[in-house]
Design a binder for this molecule. Structure first.
Ligand code: NAI
Length: 483
């Protein structure tokens, strides 16, 4: 089997070399094709951070093992890490956090074992980075949560939890505030849960989840979250087991999977051969299991656990009374321990299972739609306009343009209603949301809305527009606070 390897930037080449040396010492039956990705590829003029040849190799091999990569600051350049995950639809980010003996944490000292898996949605949410300045004072980020996107990741989380004999699966969310976006994610979670009656499925609001993960981490097993919340919660979990140096990650898609450490390029220690390769090694071990190389994975993981237990450590962790070793020496210690069994948490030696590497050619991009909706109507429009006037003055101008088709329902500022009722204590900025609903909730056409737009534009700069959809009896838009 051949896989694509991108060593990455900063400490990437040092830790990748350490990991591949360990793989070779264990005679892992893999061939590696080095591909060009990372900061230096941006610098050569490839705006997505990878060469066309690299993209072609990864798409035909199906597996990318990568080191961390630097995102050049400014210049509107997007992160190659995020681009790779989105381009290849690696919709689930799986991060396993387990107590490692030899890595002291408050929990290990208290004898509280940690064994948690976070599944983070990996391609949607605010990570589209679709952002605009609407006025000089007001920035807007679009947050996409889709039904197909949520279904993919949640189905993966349930399937993985059920196969691994998990006792509980929890959805972390903020649906109490983001009723439509997080509400959709949560709705899909419970839809999928119906297919897994033997798995205890529940949900916890994300702030409460953070508190509970820190105070009673042993109560959780698999936790699934949207992208940004999952990013934050998984770093919190990394802290529970000793920090980012111990946090592996697998980006799972139907065709292409990317295995990488959670941490970045650590520019402050790059080139000194002192970085901790454990997180990348754990990611590599997860990759071996994904490829059916179960015995290789267990032998290497046992050697790693044995090495940690024996007190060998790089400078970023471990007993300060024992001198630290460098990256190369750490890898050599693990190689010296291949075949040894740790006292705690030894992994069973399952035989390797042959698997067929994924080689595929898709003829066209798949477009995924989960359901056709009936009774779809457009019953109004939100215009976001720039103005420095008071709400009454804004409303007065809006009311001049409603005509026979529309009525002005409310004016809001930063999502809080300021007209027809409001409070003088609400702080405002120079952008209002003006909600026009159709009279009698009649269906209106886009041309009707354009006519209203033209009239409104005589009085205001219109910054942004959203249609008010209604499906059957269900309003597909949120109310303003106070409405
Ligand atoms: P970072 O994770 O690179 O570093 C944070 C701190 O952790 C630093 O003090 C660093 O020395 C330490 N650290 C990280 N990994 C370590 C290791 N293996 N051994 C010992 N110490 C380690 O995060 P930072 O500084 O925010 O980002 C640096 C660059 O990495 C940025 O360009 C960022 O865009 C990129 N990055 C790339 C990621 C990826 O490729 N998946 C993920 C996160 C950041």
């Amino acid at each position: 089997m051949k896989i694509a390897v991108a060593k990455g930037d900063g400490i990437g080449p040092e830790i990748m070399d350490a990991v591949l040396t360990i793989f070779n010492a264990n005679k892992v039956p893999l061939e590696y094709e080095n591909v060009e990705m990372g900061k230096w590829v941006f610098d050569k003029g490839f705006s997505n951070g990878m060469t066309p040849e690299a993209q072609q190799s990864i798409e035909s091999l199906g597996i990318l093992f990568k080191g961390p990569m630097e995102t050049p600051k400014g210049k509107g350049v997007k992160s190659v890490n995020v681009t790779a995950r989105k381009t290849w639809n690696t919709y689930a980010n799986k991060r396993v956090f387990q107590t490692l003996h030899g890595v002291d944490t408050v929990f290990s000292k208290a004898g509280i074992p940690i064994d948690l898996t976070i599944v983070r949605e990996n391609i949607e949410d605010t990570y589209g980075g679709i952002e605009h300045m609407l006025t000089h004072d007001v920035a807007l980020s679009r947050r996409f949560i889709t039904r197909p996107g949520s279904l993919q990741v949640i189905k993966y989380a349930f399937e993985m939890a059920s196969k691994n004999g998990a006792r509980r699966i929890t959805c972390g969310h903020k649906a109490n505030i983001m009723k439509i976006t997080d509400g959709l994610f949560l709705e899909v979670f419970y839809e999928v849960a119906k297919d897994y009656p033997n798995l205890k499925a529940d949900d916890v609001i994300v702030d409460d989840l953070c508190m509970k993960l820190v105070s009673r981490p042993q109560e959780f097993d698999v936790v699934v979250l949207t992208n940004l919340q999952g990013d934050i919660v998984s770093d919190l979990c990394a802290g529970l087991v000793g920090g980012l140096g111990f946090a592996p990650s697998a980006n799972i898609g139907d065709h292409i999977c990317i295995f990488e450490a959670v941490h970045g390029t650590a520019p402050d220690i790059a080139g000194r051969n002192i970085a901790n390769p454990t997180a990348l090694l754990l990611s590599g071990i997860a990759m071996l299991r994904h490829l059916g190389l179960m015995e290789n994975a267990a032998v290497i993981e046992n050697a790693l656990l044995y090495t940690l237990e024996s007190g060998v450590h790089t400078g970023d962790f471990g007993d300060k009374n024992i001198a630290s070793v460098n990256t190369t020496q750490f890898a050599e210690a693990i190689i010296g321990n291949l075949g040894k069994t740790p006292a705690h948490g030894a992994r069973p030696l399952l035989p390797n299972k042959p698997v067929t590497p994924t080689v595929f050619k898709l003829a066209e991009n798949p477009l995924i739609i989960t359901q056709e909706l009936e009774n779809e109507q457009v019953v109004g429009v939100d215009f976001f306009i720039e103005s420095t006037e008071q709400p009454n003055a804004v409303a007065e101008k809006c009311l001049r343009h409603t005509g026979d088709l529309f009525k002005l329902v409310n004016v809001s500022n930063r999502g809080t209603q300021v007209w027809p009722k409001g409070s003088v204590f609400t702080n405002m900025v120079n952008q209002y949301g003006c909600r026009f609903e159709s009279v009698g909730e009649a269906n209106v056409t886009q041309t009707d809305i354009l006519e209203l737009y033209k009239k409104l534009a005589q009085d205001f700069k219109v910054c942004s527009t959203e249609l008010l959809n209604k499906w059957g009896d269900k309003k597909a838009y949120s109310l303003a606070q106070g409405q």
